[in-house]
Design a protein around this ligand. Structure first.
Ligand SMILES: [Zn+2]
Length: 265
Protein backbone atom coordinates (compact mmCIF):
# COMPACT_ATOMS: atom_id res chain seq x y z
CA UNK A 1 0.00 0.00 0.00
CA UNK A 2 2.91 2.24 0.83
CA UNK A 3 4.38 1.74 -2.63
CA UNK A 4 1.01 2.48 -4.15
CA UNK A 5 0.84 5.63 -2.04
CA UNK A 6 4.21 6.77 -3.38
CA UNK A 7 3.13 6.05 -6.96
CA UNK A 8 -0.07 8.02 -6.36
CA UNK A 9 1.94 10.90 -4.99
CA UNK A 10 4.26 10.83 -8.01
CA UNK A 11 1.30 10.69 -10.41
CA UNK A 12 -0.35 13.56 -8.57
CA UNK A 13 2.84 15.59 -8.83
CA UNK A 14 3.03 14.81 -12.55
CA UNK A 15 -0.58 15.84 -13.02
CA UNK A 16 0.13 19.07 -11.15
CA UNK A 17 3.12 19.72 -13.37
CA UNK A 18 1.05 19.51 -16.58
CA UNK A 19 -0.28 23.08 -16.47
CA UNK A 20 3.27 24.35 -15.81
CA UNK A 21 4.75 22.52 -18.83
CA UNK A 22 1.78 23.57 -20.98
CA UNK A 23 2.54 27.13 -19.91
CA UNK A 24 6.20 26.73 -20.94
CA UNK A 25 5.12 25.52 -24.40
CA UNK A 26 2.65 28.39 -24.72
CA UNK A 27 1.85 28.97 -28.38
CA UNK A 28 3.56 31.98 -29.83
CA UNK A 29 3.27 34.24 -32.80
CA UNK A 30 6.52 35.04 -34.54
CA UNK A 31 6.34 38.31 -36.44
CA UNK A 32 8.90 38.94 -39.15
CA UNK A 33 9.22 42.52 -40.29
CA UNK A 34 10.09 42.86 -43.98
CA UNK A 35 11.25 46.11 -45.56
CA UNK A 36 11.19 45.74 -49.33
CA UNK A 37 12.99 47.39 -52.25
CA UNK A 38 16.10 48.87 -50.57
CA UNK A 39 14.43 52.25 -50.33
CA UNK A 40 16.80 55.00 -49.10
CA UNK A 41 14.37 55.64 -46.24
CA UNK A 42 15.24 52.24 -44.76
CA UNK A 43 18.61 53.54 -43.56
CA UNK A 44 16.88 54.90 -40.44
CA UNK A 45 14.84 51.75 -39.84
CA UNK A 46 17.89 49.75 -38.72
CA UNK A 47 18.52 51.89 -35.64
CA UNK A 48 14.80 52.29 -34.98
CA UNK A 49 14.39 48.51 -34.80
CA UNK A 50 17.44 48.21 -32.59
CA UNK A 51 15.96 50.70 -30.15
CA UNK A 52 13.22 48.13 -29.57
CA UNK A 53 15.63 45.17 -29.56
CA UNK A 54 14.23 43.90 -32.86
CA UNK A 55 15.86 42.57 -36.01
CA UNK A 56 14.15 42.92 -39.38
CA UNK A 57 14.63 41.64 -42.92
CA UNK A 58 15.59 44.03 -45.70
CA UNK A 59 14.80 42.76 -49.20
CA UNK A 60 17.30 44.35 -51.56
CA UNK A 61 17.42 44.79 -55.34
CA UNK A 62 21.21 44.61 -55.71
CA UNK A 63 21.13 46.10 -59.24
CA UNK A 64 19.53 49.28 -57.89
CA UNK A 65 21.86 49.96 -54.95
CA UNK A 66 23.41 53.41 -54.99
CA UNK A 67 20.85 54.77 -57.47
CA UNK A 68 18.69 57.77 -56.63
CA UNK A 69 16.17 56.91 -53.91
CA UNK A 70 17.89 53.61 -53.05
CA UNK A 71 20.20 52.55 -50.27
CA UNK A 72 23.92 52.46 -50.95
CA UNK A 73 25.98 49.29 -50.51
CA UNK A 74 27.52 50.87 -47.43
CA UNK A 75 24.09 51.54 -45.90
CA UNK A 76 23.07 47.91 -46.46
CA UNK A 77 26.31 46.81 -44.78
CA UNK A 78 25.42 48.98 -41.79
CA UNK A 79 22.00 47.28 -41.60
CA UNK A 80 23.68 43.86 -41.67
CA UNK A 81 26.15 44.93 -38.97
CA UNK A 82 23.21 45.98 -36.82
CA UNK A 83 22.10 42.34 -36.96
CA UNK A 84 19.34 42.63 -39.55
CA UNK A 85 18.79 40.06 -42.25
CA UNK A 86 19.60 41.00 -45.84
CA UNK A 87 17.41 39.12 -48.31
CA UNK A 88 17.18 39.12 -52.11
CA UNK A 89 14.47 40.77 -54.22
CA UNK A 90 15.90 40.31 -57.79
CA UNK A 91 18.44 42.53 -59.53
CA UNK A 92 15.94 45.05 -60.89
CA UNK A 93 12.55 44.42 -59.25
CA UNK A 94 11.00 42.52 -62.15
CA UNK A 95 7.66 40.69 -62.29
CA UNK A 96 9.06 37.17 -62.40
CA UNK A 97 5.96 35.60 -63.95
CA UNK A 98 5.99 38.08 -66.84
CA UNK A 99 9.57 37.83 -68.07
CA UNK A 100 11.21 34.95 -69.97
CA UNK A 101 12.16 32.07 -67.66
CA UNK A 102 15.88 32.56 -68.31
CA UNK A 103 15.60 36.23 -67.41
CA UNK A 104 13.65 35.39 -64.27
CA UNK A 105 16.27 32.89 -63.14
CA UNK A 106 19.09 35.33 -63.86
CA UNK A 107 17.29 38.07 -61.91
CA UNK A 108 17.06 35.81 -58.87
CA UNK A 109 20.42 34.00 -59.06
CA UNK A 110 22.61 36.95 -60.09
CA UNK A 111 21.03 39.16 -57.43
CA UNK A 112 21.75 36.57 -54.77
CA UNK A 113 25.28 36.06 -56.06
CA UNK A 114 25.92 39.83 -55.93
CA UNK A 115 24.58 40.09 -52.37
CA UNK A 116 26.67 37.13 -51.23
CA UNK A 117 29.73 38.77 -52.79
CA UNK A 118 29.02 41.88 -50.74
CA UNK A 119 29.32 39.66 -47.67
CA UNK A 120 25.65 39.18 -46.78
CA UNK A 121 24.31 35.82 -45.59
CA UNK A 122 21.43 35.76 -48.05
CA UNK A 123 18.95 33.03 -47.13
CA UNK A 124 15.45 34.28 -47.95
CA UNK A 125 13.91 35.94 -50.96
CA UNK A 126 10.83 38.10 -51.62
CA UNK A 127 8.97 38.00 -54.95
CA UNK A 128 8.69 41.55 -56.34
CA UNK A 129 4.99 42.57 -56.50
CA UNK A 130 4.22 39.17 -54.93
CA UNK A 131 4.38 37.88 -58.52
CA UNK A 132 5.05 34.14 -58.24
CA UNK A 133 4.17 30.74 -59.69
CA UNK A 134 5.35 27.16 -59.19
CA UNK A 135 8.19 27.49 -61.76
CA UNK A 136 9.31 30.72 -60.05
CA UNK A 137 9.28 29.00 -56.63
CA UNK A 138 11.58 26.34 -58.11
CA UNK A 139 13.95 29.01 -59.42
CA UNK A 140 14.24 30.59 -55.97
CA UNK A 141 15.12 27.16 -54.54
CA UNK A 142 17.58 26.52 -57.39
CA UNK A 143 19.35 29.84 -56.69
CA UNK A 144 20.06 28.63 -53.16
CA UNK A 145 17.33 30.29 -51.11
CA UNK A 146 15.89 28.47 -48.10
CA UNK A 147 12.50 30.18 -48.37
CA UNK A 148 10.66 32.90 -50.26
CA UNK A 149 7.95 35.33 -49.24
CA UNK A 150 5.12 36.62 -51.35
CA UNK A 151 2.72 39.51 -50.58
CA UNK A 152 -0.85 38.75 -49.55
CA UNK A 153 -2.68 35.49 -49.01
CA UNK A 154 -3.38 36.00 -45.31
CA UNK A 155 -6.32 37.80 -43.79
CA UNK A 156 -6.12 41.55 -43.82
CA UNK A 157 -8.37 44.43 -42.82
CA UNK A 158 -11.39 44.49 -45.07
CA UNK A 159 -10.88 40.93 -46.28
CA UNK A 160 -11.57 38.54 -43.44
CA UNK A 161 -11.90 35.57 -45.80
CA UNK A 162 -8.48 36.12 -47.37
CA UNK A 163 -7.07 32.96 -45.86
CA UNK A 164 -5.85 32.48 -42.30
CA UNK A 165 -4.43 34.84 -39.72
CA UNK A 166 -0.90 33.39 -39.73
CA UNK A 167 1.29 30.95 -41.62
CA UNK A 168 1.62 27.62 -39.84
CA UNK A 169 5.10 26.91 -38.50
CA UNK A 170 6.83 25.38 -40.31
CA UNK A 171 5.04 26.97 -43.29
CA UNK A 172 3.12 24.64 -45.59
CA UNK A 173 5.10 25.93 -48.57
CA UNK A 174 8.45 27.54 -47.73
CA UNK A 175 8.59 29.06 -51.20
CA UNK A 176 5.22 30.73 -50.87
CA UNK A 177 5.18 32.30 -47.43
CA UNK A 178 2.05 34.40 -47.22
CA UNK A 179 1.49 37.76 -45.54
CA UNK A 180 -1.35 40.19 -45.01
CA UNK A 181 -1.24 42.83 -47.80
CA UNK A 182 1.64 45.33 -47.65
CA UNK A 183 1.17 48.13 -45.13
CA UNK A 184 -0.29 51.09 -47.00
CA UNK A 185 -0.37 54.82 -46.45
CA UNK A 186 -4.07 54.70 -45.51
CA UNK A 187 -3.64 51.98 -42.86
CA UNK A 188 -4.19 53.11 -39.30
CA UNK A 189 -2.13 51.94 -36.34
CA UNK A 190 -5.17 49.97 -35.15
CA UNK A 191 -5.43 48.13 -38.46
CA UNK A 192 -1.80 46.99 -38.33
CA UNK A 193 -2.22 46.01 -34.67
CA UNK A 194 -5.34 44.06 -35.61
CA UNK A 195 -3.26 41.78 -37.86
CA UNK A 196 -1.07 40.84 -34.88
CA UNK A 197 -4.02 40.49 -32.50
CA UNK A 198 -5.89 38.25 -34.95
CA UNK A 199 -2.79 36.04 -35.30
CA UNK A 200 -2.42 35.91 -31.50
CA UNK A 201 -6.06 34.85 -31.33
CA UNK A 202 -5.15 31.91 -33.57
CA UNK A 203 -2.44 30.96 -31.13
CA UNK A 204 0.60 29.84 -33.03
CA UNK A 205 2.33 30.65 -36.30
CA UNK A 206 4.31 33.07 -38.38
CA UNK A 207 3.08 36.53 -39.29
CA UNK A 208 5.31 38.25 -41.85
CA UNK A 209 4.50 41.95 -42.25
CA UNK A 210 5.55 43.89 -45.34
CA UNK A 211 6.63 47.52 -45.34
CA UNK A 212 7.83 49.63 -48.22
CA UNK A 213 8.79 53.31 -48.05
CA UNK A 214 9.08 55.12 -44.73
CA UNK A 215 7.98 58.63 -45.52
CA UNK A 216 6.53 61.71 -43.79
CA UNK A 217 2.88 62.22 -44.75
CA UNK A 218 3.46 65.63 -46.36
CA UNK A 219 6.08 64.42 -48.84
CA UNK A 220 3.92 62.74 -51.49
CA UNK A 221 4.94 59.29 -50.33
CA UNK A 222 2.75 57.08 -52.50
CA UNK A 223 0.30 54.33 -51.66
CA UNK A 224 2.80 51.83 -50.21
CA UNK A 225 4.35 53.90 -47.46
CA UNK A 226 4.14 54.43 -43.75
CA UNK A 227 5.17 57.46 -41.73
CA UNK A 228 8.17 57.11 -39.38
CA UNK A 229 5.88 58.06 -36.48
CA UNK A 230 3.36 55.34 -37.26
CA UNK A 231 6.12 52.75 -37.69
CA UNK A 232 7.64 53.70 -34.34
CA UNK A 233 4.26 53.66 -32.58
CA UNK A 234 3.64 50.20 -34.01
CA UNK A 235 7.07 48.89 -32.94
CA UNK A 236 6.61 50.27 -29.42
CA UNK A 237 3.25 48.51 -29.21
CA UNK A 238 4.61 45.31 -30.75
CA UNK A 239 7.30 45.22 -28.08
CA UNK A 240 4.58 45.11 -25.39
CA UNK A 241 3.14 41.99 -27.03
CA UNK A 242 6.16 39.97 -25.86
CA UNK A 243 4.26 39.35 -22.65
CA UNK A 244 1.55 37.74 -24.80
CA UNK A 245 4.05 35.38 -26.41
CA UNK A 246 4.62 37.41 -29.58
CA UNK A 247 8.23 37.72 -30.70
CA UNK A 248 9.97 39.39 -33.65
CA UNK A 249 12.54 37.44 -35.70
CA UNK A 250 14.15 37.80 -39.14
CA UNK A 251 12.52 35.36 -41.58
CA UNK A 252 15.76 33.44 -42.20
CA UNK A 253 16.07 32.71 -38.47
CA UNK A 254 12.49 31.45 -38.34
CA UNK A 255 13.05 29.14 -41.32
CA UNK A 256 16.56 28.02 -40.42
CA UNK A 257 19.03 26.37 -42.75
CA UNK A 258 22.53 27.22 -43.90
CA UNK A 259 23.69 29.76 -46.44
CA UNK A 260 23.82 27.74 -49.64
CA UNK A 261 25.94 28.58 -52.71
CA UNK A 262 24.46 29.79 -56.00
CA UNK A 263 24.94 27.05 -58.61
CA UNK A 264 26.91 27.72 -61.80
CA UNK A 265 29.58 30.26 -62.49
ZN1 LIG B 1 9.35 45.08 -54.00
Amino acid sequence: MRVLGVICAVLAAMALSVPASAEAAKPKITVSLGFDDGDASHAMVGSLLRRYGMRGTFYINSGELGKRGSLTVHQVKVLAKQGHEIGGHTLHHVRLTEVAPLTARKEICQDRKALLKMGFKVRTFAYPYGSESTPVHRMAAYCGYNAARTVGGLTQPGCLECGGYAEPLPPRDKFRIRTPGSVRADNTLEEIQEEVLAAEGKGYGLLPLVFHRICAADEGCGEYSVTPELLEEFLAWLKTRESHGTVVRPLADVIGGKVRPVPGR
